[in-house]
Design a protein around this ligand. Sequence first.
Ligand SMILES: [Zn+2]
Length: 248
Amino acid sequence: MALDLDKIDLVRYSRQLPLLGAWGQVKLLESKVAVVGLGGLGSIIAMYLAALGVGKLIIVDYDVVGVDNLNRQILYNTGDVGKPKALVAMERLKSLNPLVEIEAYNTKVTRDNVDSILRDADIIVDGLDDWYTRLVLDEYAWEKNKPYVHAAVDGYYGQVTVILSGKTTCLACITPKPIPEPGCRVIVAPTVGIVASIEVMEVLKLITGIGEPLTNKLIIVNALKPSIEEVVVKPSLDCSTCRKQLLG
Ligand SMILES: [Zn+2]
């Protein structure tokens, strides 16, 4: 395919073009990435993806901005308290990079609406704090063969892995049992900053083909040391989703 360099803002992306090349930048421009959950993780994921120059961002959150979000959710200002996160985020991201198309959904992702919201997405990124919704995304991503970048944070700790349908474990296999109930967790901004940045790097690698994707291993970040531990994660015969992959 011929490179259409006219589509690239060479000044805006001049500090990354030597790394990614024009081809990598075009790949970003042609990509559509969904960020589900626009809290601490989602704020950074969406802002970095917009800054990098993805073509389209699909952003989803059903909540409104609260004062207690502002210690880490850097998409929002104090004056945004009470407003829907998805709509505030859309304006903020447009002002950060007007070249990026933004599609915002002020709703909760469910089995019933997941296809209508995420049909267009090439990659799905987890900015959630709710394992039930994560599993809806996992099931959908697996079925539709879309890469799913998962992360979770708690306190000073976080985890990240990349799930590829038919090639890695599914998320259900690494979900804590019993499934943790959604709720308020304690968290500091740097933890989400580290973990969300790793997620964005994984998206960048998936889109451009640079580096090696974080597949078949879960990394566990301990921000207090700091350290990153790698745990090998494999498909399980006990899981109906993974079993199809193991048995063909
Ligand atoms: Zn599984």
